[in-house]
Ligand binder design. Sequence first.
Ligand SMILES: *Cc1c(COP(=O)(O)O)cnc(C)c1O
Length: 389
Amino acid sequence: MRRCRRGAALMFELQNYLAEISGFDAVSLQPAAGAQGEFTGILVFRAYHLSRDDTDRTEILVPDAAHGTNPATAAMAGYTVVELKSDERGNVDMDDLKRKLSPRTAGMMLTNPNTVGLFEEQIVEVARLVHAAGGLMYGDGANFNAILGIVKPGEMGFDFMHYNLHKTFTTPHGGGGPGSGAVGCTAALAPFLPGPRVREGQQPGTYGFFMPEQSIGRVKAFHGNFGMLVRAWTYIRTLGEAGLREVSEIAVLNANYIRTQLDALYPPAIDRICMHESVLRGQIAGAQGVRTLDIAKRLIDFGFHPPTVYFPLIVPEALMIEPTETESKRNMDRFIEALRTIAREAVETPELLHNAPHNAPTRRLDEVRAARKPILRYDREKFAEMMAE
Ligand SMILES: *Cc1c(COP(=O)(O)O)cnc(C)c1O
């Protein structure tokens, strides 16, 4: 019993911490990942509009730089996805936004800083326009680690957002599952949140679970991915207010350090001070037939896990570098040196890149086959067979 009460206390505190850090009124810890948090948010948008007999809103606006889960979420929730262009500074194109807002707009999904690693400079005006059209603002919180303790999404004009607890509040930029896509929102949307949520009981120090009055229901069994909640709570308690702010300050500083050390060799997608990540292009001057994939594979030979490539989709030959707050200067310098060496090789000995990695047990994997015919159980003989191929 006692253990159970402590679990509820931890959830209650985590709800409050997340609400405070993000500037929202209510939090639900149910969703299992960012993508499920998005789905939850868009279902809440729908429930909100329908509760007001506002039945003609069928469209969700999504910028062309968005993570693939954003349009997938809107489509899965039954909405028509309306794509918004980005402008030459990497922000949402305001003219395109104005053209596409209408009485059909249910809401907009936006990541800030966005997936190009840039702060949306017009965020307040974007939110004002969407609200004026009767729409709601969904914040994709996957890049929250750039702004902790500096600015709150709730104050930027977002109505709802997901936290990727497994990214921002434990393992910088993911690192695999399990996940938690807790969600926060304004008081107006709180009645629709999934439950159970936790609230304080009559007696101080007691807690109870409840379903919000107009809840969209459960989205996950039990109490979400509870283990991830414990990790996030611990991370927040350990760092405290000043520590969380430092996470973002260092993450942003590190990303800009790497960007300025490499941008003469790897042209930036947009030449602007970046936030927690910078998107460069694997288009090295004087290199023939070398692609970002070759550069990424060659990095393995230098002992580095390659960064995200070919995302965001609007940047040709994208190489997205996010050092996070945890990398030491020494590590970043080794990484920068490796990419400088690779840029030289790309011009002088491009075959070294085409055949990379040289030091790994496997070279280029057949990613299509891996997706279509996944082998989910380890089979020693089969593995030996594959290695011999
Ligand atoms: C990771 C990520 C998501 C999805 O989160 P998951 O927890 O992987 O489902 C959504 N948007 C952005 C920008 C992300 O980086």
